[in-house]
Ligand binder design. Structure first.
Ligand SMILES: Nc1nc2c([nH]c(=O)n2[C@@H]2O[C@H](COP(=O)(O)OP(=O)(O)OP(=O)(O)O)[C@@H](O)[C@H]2O)c(=O)[nH]1
Length: 131
């Protein structure tokens, strides 16, 4: 089974968190789902460097990475995903979507209304239960 390892940012602007929607995909279980932005780690990069680079590439967003949050290992039908999440902070919500089709800034209590990728649910649950 193919293994994919990614980093993802739980990006806060004051009390709101950035949620981004993936485009259509051949795998329907991730198609048009919401996720925390990020991507794959390149050779020689630390996880934090990879996340900083991906957020600049995907969203033109320069973030302050605060701390490690949660690692999720999720078995999708076609691959196993290991996702390391980090809390991050931005001072402005201004960004440009280069890959995603929609963005929402939601308070933690609003996060559960979205249709999340399954691997993101443990992160959403931890955010909700920690308030
Ligand atoms: N970045 C990110 N990827 C996630 C999340 N949740 C989740 O299931 N994934 C899955 O992790 C995989 C890797 O994401 P990615 O953004 O690096 O890669 P991609 O397939 O969009 O593009 P790429 O292969 O061209 O880099 C995707 O299949 C994606 O659906 C998430 O919150 N953030």
């Amino acid at each position: 089974m193919k293994k994919v390892e990614v980093v993802a940012g739980v990006i806060f602007c004051q009390d709101q968190v950035l949620c981004v929607q993936r485009p259509k995909n051949k795998f329907n279980y991730i198609s048009e789902k919401f996720e925390f932005p990020g991507g794959k780690i390149e050779e020689g990069e630390t996880k934090e460097e990879a996340l900083h680079r991906e957020l600049l590439e995907e969203l033109n967003l320069s973030t302050k990475i605060k701390s490690f949050y949660l690692t999720v290992v999720h078995q999708y039908p076609d691959f196993e995903l290991t996702m390391h999440s980090f809390t991050c902070e931005v001072e402005s919500k201004e960004l440009t979507l280069h890959e995603h089709i929609d963005q929402k800034w939601l308070t933690i209590n609003e996060l559960t209304v979205l249709d999340w990728a399954a691997a993101d649910i443990p992160i959403v649950d931890k955010l909700v239960s920690n308030g």
